[in-house]
Design a protein around this ligand. Structure first.
Ligand code: HSE
Length: 403
């Protein structure tokens, strides 16, 4: 018998209990052991819940119980999850988590503690919800030199952008509707400002390089500046606008960033719409591979946590190798990177645009009178920003171009 504790009986935590119970037979077979949920840690009581007898309020009850060898941390946030996780790993208890904030901020340290105590810190659910992406990077693509990872890693923003694209609606109105339908949080800042995708690409970049890519060093831009007008031009060019989280291995170091980009139909991420997530991974032998599915939600995320529980059960007393150490990765200054841009400008600014960006290609859209679109040939981000700045209120917006 392997005893499991669940920390946090919210959406994902209750999903973990549901997955373990509903798929008990299969999960036990795959674990080659019988799993039993012994405790659920939460500040609240759950009268009438079938598991109410298992609810405890003091983490020490779990930490001090030698029977418990696997913990599912589904609390979220850094505090108190960091202290609890550290204490559990130091006692040799494995921790399986969906907590991307904690993995992104303390991942390599917690992995080291797990190694020192012959247990595991696993985090499949922290990126892409139910999509297997951590395990493919860690176990499957081990013959590859990973060259690039590009993903749509946030379902809320992808849902909003898809709605704006299909309905021609504004950002603010679309966000409001998404909140009413429960697709966006009441406080949506982490999603719409790109912070959530930033933490996720920090984790994937670290696994790509084997070193630590701190989320604090990743240039991050959200989708709040994207307008219905931008989509009019995107459509006219046969492009789409997606919030991309990108990481590339370059001779100068790792180039990691999160930003809305205009992409062409040739890009495999073009077709990823609604709340779905997808991650494209490029290896030097395999070339491109793509991982697609539900990036959030109770059962998909819980399923990923339970897959880690099964892995822990299969490796009791042994640490599964994870290619992520504490050494900081060398990051490229994005100012040095060359790329193309889409610029939307006032319709009377053609001469100034042409002077700032010689050869800018004008995008004609029938019926537009207030503004005009331009495609700017690849230019260093730093130089583009300086020139764009000089154009003042003659420019109305700019979006990066990706293939
Ligand atoms: N808020 C996140 C999203 C949930 O919208 O993708 C999963 O991390």
């Amino acid at each position: 018998m392997i005893y499991v504790a669940v920390w946090g009986y919210g959406t994902v935590g209750s999903g973990v209990v549901e997955v373990i119970e509903k798929n008990k037979e299969m999960v036990n077979k795959k674990s080659a052991a019988e799993l039993e949920i012994k405790y659920i840690l939460d500040l609240r009581d759950f009268p009438g819940d079938p598991y109410e007898q298992k609810v405890v309020h003091d983490v020490n009850v779990i930490l001090d119980d030698p029977d418990v060898t696997i913990i599912c941390e589904t609390m979220g946030g850094v505090k108190p999850a960091y202290d609890f996780t550290k204490a559990a790993l130091e006692r040799g208890k494995s921790v399986c988590t969906s907590n991307k904030e904690l993995v992104a901020s303390h991942g390599p340290e917690l992995l080291q503690i797990a190694r020192e105590h012959n247990c595991n810190y696993l985090f499949e659910a922290s990126v892409g919800g139910g999509i297997p992406i951590i395990r493919p990077l860690n176990y499957s693509l081990t013959a590859e030199k990973l060259e690039a990872i590009t993903g749509i890693l946030n379902g809320t923003t992808n849902y909003i952008l898809t709605k704006m694209e299909r309905e021609g609606a504004d950002f603010a109105a679309t966000l409001k509707k998404a909140q009413e339908k429960g697709y966006a949080e009441r406080n949506p800042e982490a999603d719409i400002e790109g912070y959530d995708a930033c933490r996720k690409i920090a984790i994937l970049s670290s696994l790509m390089t084997g070193q630590n890519v701190s989320y604090k060093d990743i240039y991050t831009e959200g989708i709040t500046g994207i307008t219905a007008d931008d989509f009019v031009y995107a459509r006219a060019m046969g492009r789409s606008i997606k919030l991309l989280a990108m990481s590339k291995d370059t001779p100068q170091g790792t180039l990691a960033m999160v930003a809305p980009c205009m992409i062409t139909p040739e890009n495999p991420l073009y077709m990823v719409s609604g709340v779905f997530n997808a991650v494209c991974v490029r290896g030097n032998m395999l070339g491109d591979s793509m991982y697609y599915g539900k990036g959030a939600g109770k059962l998909p995320t819980a399923s990923a946590v339970v897959s880690d529980v099964v892995d822990c059960a299969r490796h009791q007393g042994r640490t599964i190798m994870c290619f992520w150490n504490q050494e900081p990765a060398r990051l490229v200054d994005i100012g040095d990177v060359e790329r193309g841009f889409f610029v939307r400008a006032r319709d009377d600014a053609a001469a100034e645009i042409e002077a700032a960006f010689p050869g800018a290609e004008k995008i004609e859209v029938e019926g537009r009178t207030r503004d005009c679109g331009y495609l700017i040939a690849p230019i260093k981000e730093r130089d583009f920003a300086a020139k764009y700045e000089t154009l003042g209120d003659r420019v109305l917006g700019r979006i990066r171009l990706e293939g």
